[in-house]
Design a protein around this ligand. Structure first.
Ligand SMILES: [Zn+2]
Length: 67
């Protein structure tokens, strides 16, 4: 499996969708922990980076594609 690339402000899909029915999350903070915000209900969660990498399915929209 190739390593996942993600960056601040990317929109990602998780393996498990949020209970509100949306599976689009925006990365709003990056560090040892990653904070993502549900695009459906604006709820945000903080996940340890390693766990985030495991739970993230794919990047839907990458804001830094040109870099
Ligand atoms: Zn939600």
């Amino acid at each position: 499996m190739e390593p996942k690339k993600f960056a601040l402000n990317d929109i990602v899909e998780m393996k498990k969708q949020h209970p509100c029915g949306t599976n689009k999350w925006k990365i709003i903070r990056m560090g040892a922990d990653v904070r993502i915000k549900c695009e459906g209900c604006q709820h945000s969660v903080m996940i340890p980076r390693r766990e985030f990498e495991k739970k993230m399915k794919k990047v839907l929209i990458s804001v830094n594609e040109s870099n």
